[in-house]
Design a protein around this ligand. Structure first.
Ligand code: CP
Length: 321
């Protein structure tokens, strides 16, 4: 695994939350909280990253991550360029590394990468010679570090701590980078219990999520939970036809008001989105009083501002290894 740290131990890249210390995660969340604003307030503005160039390189579809990384960089005063991989010279056969070397030759400072192939962000990070920082915006099913941070921030804003909380992640955990990054963030913050809930084919391999109880019955899995984090079935990542479809899946694993009543009173309802309403979640729950789904989106901008600032604020020459 590529080391995401500089020789002095500071973070240069953010490829995964695995290995970050509790102090590092809490420092990023504290800084993100500094940038949180209510929707009726003006968004934060700073010139902290004036002169820094951020390139967003997205090889998979995205709405929230793509927009919020761009907004975060702009609100910090950075220059931002965006490359939609499907519209780039990659489709003419150019390799990922040649694409990245091309951007590096244009003097960029931060490369935000989303890719469906395992290992691409680390591969890119390992081949950059300059002071460029690589931030993963989602790597296959493996990692989505800024999502893990924004999920933790949302929980802490409501509950103040994780130690006494029972968090249930429900749905397609096997193919979910969101679940893996949430796990890394929450266990580092000392979460009381993290439950994995879903049909057997969508639960992760036994070697993963050590110590987390597993449930194939949703009612049992969310009973008494303080946080219910719903996930979309990522059918684009597998071909298994044994996974129940549409109505059958909703009947067994959909979060309805009746099911939510099994969780702890005022349990938080989370979803990283995109949501498939009527498949994994009922609109009455998604838009209901316990939902913090839109707050997660708002927090995404603040978290990405904190990450960009933390990794890119040092002068260029100091950002080298
Ligand atoms: N949560 C998330 O990563 O959403 P997008 O795929 O829209 O970026």
């Amino acid at each position: 695994m590529t080391d995401q740290r500089r020789a002095d131990g500071s973070l240069r890249h953010l490829l995964t939350l695995d290995g970050l210390t509790r102090d590092e995660i809490e420092a990023l969340l504290d800084r993100a909280q500094h940038y949180v604003r209510r929707l009726d307030e003006a968004p934060p503005r700073s010139r902290a990253l004036a002169g820094v160039t951020v390139a967003n390189l997205f090889g998979e579809p995205s709405t929230r991550t793509r927009m919020s990384f761009e907004l975060a960089a702009l609100r910090l005063g950075a220059d931002v360029v965006n490359l939609e991989v499907q519209l780039s010279s990659r489709v003419k056969g150019e390799s990922m590394l040649d694409t990245v070397f091309t951007l590096e030759a244009m003097h960029l400072d931060v490369l935000v990468v989303r890719e469906s192939e395992v290992g691409v962000p680390a591969h890119v990070a390992a081949h950059l010679n300059s002071a460029v920082s690589v931030l993963s915006a989602g790597e296959a099913h493996v990692s989505h570090p800024t999502q893990g941070l924004l999920d933790a921030l949302t929980i802490l804003q409501h509950r103040g701590q994780c130690e006494t909380l029972r968090v249930a992640i429900v749905g397609d955990i096997r193919h979910s980078r969101v679940a893996r990054s949430a796990w890394h963030a929450l266990r580092t913050l000392g979460v009381g219990e993290l439950r994995l809930v879903g049909p057997p084919a969508l639960l992760p391999a036994d070697s993963e999520f050590a110590g987390c109880p597993r449930f194939t019955d949703m009612d049992e899995g969310i009973r008494g939970a303080d946080v219910v984090m719903m996930l979309r079935i990522q059918r684009e990542r597998f071909t298994d036809t044994t996974i129940p479809a549409g109505d059958e899946y909703f009947a067994r694993f959909g979060l309805t008001p009746g099911r939510l009543a099994l969780a702890a009173p005022k349990a938080l309802v989370m979803h990283p989105q995109p949501m498939n309403r009527g498949v994994e979640i009922d609109s009455a729950v998604a838009d209901g009083p316990q939902s913090v789904i839109r707050q997660q989106v708002s927090n995404g901008v603040a978290v990405r501002m904190a990450v960009l600032e933390t990794l890119a604020l040092r002068p260029r020459e100091q950002r080298r290894n």
